[in-house]
Design a protein around this ligand. Structure first.
Ligand code: G4P
Length: 284
């Protein structure tokens, strides 16, 4: 996960993905259901231009299901094939193969008409770090295996995993780089753990998260910490949470750094609830 995305890495990765794409019939683009926009790299539209693609809203089990459904409608209206998924539990996995067959049926019919015997479907997965690419591959292949390498630009021999019958998945995912279009994108990627917090001020990160939570999920804050957010700014709220949780230093002042780390851990472990940080039509 600790990839430094230098321009050289991006160029190598782009080239590698472009080469792999030539070998497959369909691309599975994995994004984080909590932040489907911020966890997407728009360059895939160019890299994968004419290949059929299915967008997989992964970690749907961690997101607000009403908002998951809004995203599904949004993408469908744009003509993007989309499935909500939880690679960890396997929910949604069963929909992938039938949808793939549906969107490739015309192509396969033409292949058969031309006398091509091999009508197996070959697929590959792409996505930014931490969206669940390895978990997806392991789930589909039924192996408990080691994490697939996250080293950009490293070329290994092509391995195919036979999933079921005529359905094959490329063993190595295409790792896309996160795209920091504005600072909010960076914050959302950090909230969800897609980028390391070490590069951010953890208290600022926690306060930013609390701003979103107190606006959109005050009931979850109340449920978890028994605090009414009304009228509290995010730093006061962080201190209040710290007080409740015993993050107190000698002398009685609040250890806001410890509290910030605890809050982020609890958010990432869905202890504050199933929370989405982006909606299709509205800034959050
Ligand atoms: P990557 O290859 O794209 O970098 O991602 P990877 O599969 O390593 O997944 C990153 C983390 O996200 C892992 O957690 C993994 O378990 C978790 N994850 C993947 N898909 C889902 C999902 O659909 N739902 C939930 N809740 N979690 C998911 P980890 O804490 O890094 O590892 P682990 O201890 O869970 O193995």
């Amino acid at each position: 996960m600790a990839i430094q995305w230098f321009p050289g890495h991006m160029a190598k990765t782009r080239k590698q993905i472009s080469e792999d794409i030539k070998l497959v019939d369909v691309i599975y683009e994995l994004v984080d259901a909590r932040i489907p926009m911020s966890s997407r790299n728009p360059e895939i539209d160019k890299i994968a231009a004419d290949k059929p693609r299915i967008l997989l809203l992964n970690k749907a089990d961690m997101a607000d299901d009403d908002i998951n459904n809004l995203w599904i409608d949004y993408f469908k209206k744009q003509g993007v094939e989309c499935i909500k998924l939880s690679c960890k539990s396997g929910e949604g996995i069963e929909k992938i193969q039938p949808l793939t067959q549906k969107i490739l049926s015309e192509k396969n019919r033409k292949r058969k008409d031309r006398g091509i015997v091999d009508t197996s479907i070959k697929a590959m997965i792409v996505g930014i770090p931490n969206v669940g690419k390895s978990t997806f591959i392991n789930k589909l292949s039924g192996r408990a295996g080691a994490k697939t390498g996250d080293r950009p630009g490293v070329t290994t021999g092509k391995q195919w995993i036979t999933v079921k019958g005529d359905f094959k998945l490329l063993d190595t995912p295409g790792i896309l780089w996160p795209k920091f279009e504005d600072e909010n994108v960076g914050f959302r990627l950090a909230f969800t753990g897609a980028i390391k917090d070490e590069i951010m001020d953890v208290e600022e990160l926690a306060c930013r998260l609390l701003e979103v939570l107190s606006k959109h999920y005050p009931d979850n804050i109340f449920e978890r910490y028994k605090i009414d957010c009304e009228g509290l700014d995010s730093y006061d709220l962080l201190e209040e949470i710290g007080r409740k949780r015993g993050c107190v230093m000698s002398g009685g002042s609040i250890n806001t750094e410890r509290c910030a780390n605890m809050l982020l851990d609890e958010f990432r472990a869905t202890k504050i609830g199933k929370i989405s940080l982006e909606k299709p039509t509205e800034e959050m």
